[in-house]
Write a protein that binds this ligand. Structure first.
Ligand code: GYE
Length: 332
């Protein structure tokens, strides 16, 4: 899915010349060098990260930081601690600092139009990474790089349909949702529900947000266990909530992976370990390694090149056996 355009570097060089000679005079961008680049000629990328809520997020942050260093891009990084207001503040700061490109992973889907318009008016291209926004005006950002979350939910549900195909009694499912209003929570819920509709015996009996954290997963699972005597399946929107839930399940005297079938999403190392150990039953992968592609895109949009409106991450799924095989070489 990567662009293989041969003339990328030439276009970039040309654009740089044009920017230096022409647009800088209009005050389009200025981060000290007068050319929209840092003093040392580097592209400046302002990145607003969601937070540090999960193993996925930590791996994503490392990927972005490493890739920026590798690509020779100056990265300004902000951790929004899962709060939209912090992200809006960070983006406004980047606009004020006249960075060359802004990238962010929106904590929730709604409420971005105003700040995105401010970036557009300032002539700063925006890249969405990992999570989408629901803005109707697609011209407010250049591209969206990330996973197909509906598909992840669907793959999880399809595995369950197959796994429970000979069930004679009702199968009671509890769902730990990700952060309320976030694209992965909305989409994973939707994809899963669509897939399990294939078997009316599969019933979601409780569904609540655990905010993508271990603590949230543990706490909500405790409530689920307290109020529902028969839970057959847990679908957690990420590994971390599933890992937190393991503690609650064990404390309730049940055996995870046996008494309760557990499906999660992400496939970070701790999740894969739980799967290989037989505590989880299935994981749909969501890759956090978006850094290199993001840097590539930042260079392209900075050079004024056209980029695809949507770039989807490639991913797979894991059973317990597949997790055992993959674990030794898993990087994150
Ligand atoms: O699945 C979860 C994280 O947006 C895809 O956010 C990401 C999700 C990921 O907190 O672990």
């Amino acid at each position: 899915m990567k662009s293989t355009r041969k003339f990328g570097p030439v276009v970039a060089a040309l654009a740089a010349v044009l920017l230096t000679g022409g647009l800088a005079a209009c005050g389009n961008s200025d981060t000290g060098g007068g050319s929209g680049t840092a003093d040392d000629g580097k592209i400046v990328l302002g990145f607003s990260q969601v937070g540090a809520e999960s193993g996925w997020r930590t791996a994503n942050t490392t990927s972005v930081k490493d890739a920026a260093a590798e690509a020779g891009i100056e990265l300004k990084f902000d951790d929004a601690q899962q709060k939209q207001e912090n992200q809006i503040k960070a983006i406004r700061n980047y606009i004020q600092q006249k960075v060359d490109v802004i990238a962010f992973s929106p904590v929730v889907e709604s409420g971005w139009d105003t700040v995105l318009k401010e970036a557009k008016d300032a002539g700063i291209p925006v890249i969405l990474t990992d999570r989408a926004v629901d803005s109707a005006d697609k011209s407010l950002y250049k591209t969206f790089l990330g996973s197909d979350f509906v598909k992840e939910g669907k793959l999880s549900g399809e595995w369950l349909v197959e796994n429970k195909k000979s069930a004679t009694a009702e199968v009671n499912i509890v769902e730990l949702q990700g952060t309320t209003g976030s694209a992965p929570a909305n989409d994973r819920k939707k994809g899963f529900a669509e897939a399990i509709a294939a078997n009316p015996k599969l019933k979601i009996i409780a569904s609540q947000s655990g905010d993508f954290t271990r603590a949230g997963g543990k706490q909500v699972m405790e409530q689920f266990l307290n109020s529902n005597p028969k839970i057959d399946v847990l679908f957690a929107h990420n590994d971390d909530m599933g890992l937190g839930a393991l503690e609650a399940i064990t404390a309730a005297g049940k055996v995870p992976g046996k008494d309760i079938t557990i499906i999660t999403i992400d496939a970070v190392k701790d999740g894969m370990k739980a799967l290989a150990d037989g505590k989880f039953n299935f994981i749909a992968e969501c890759s956090p390694l978006l850094g290199p592609q993001l840097m590539d895109l930042a260079k392209k949009v900075h050079a004024g090149e056209e980029v695809p409106a949507r770039i989807e991450t490639e991913e797979t799924t894991f059973t317990q056996e597949q997790a055992k095989e993959a674990l030794p070489t898993r990087k994150y």
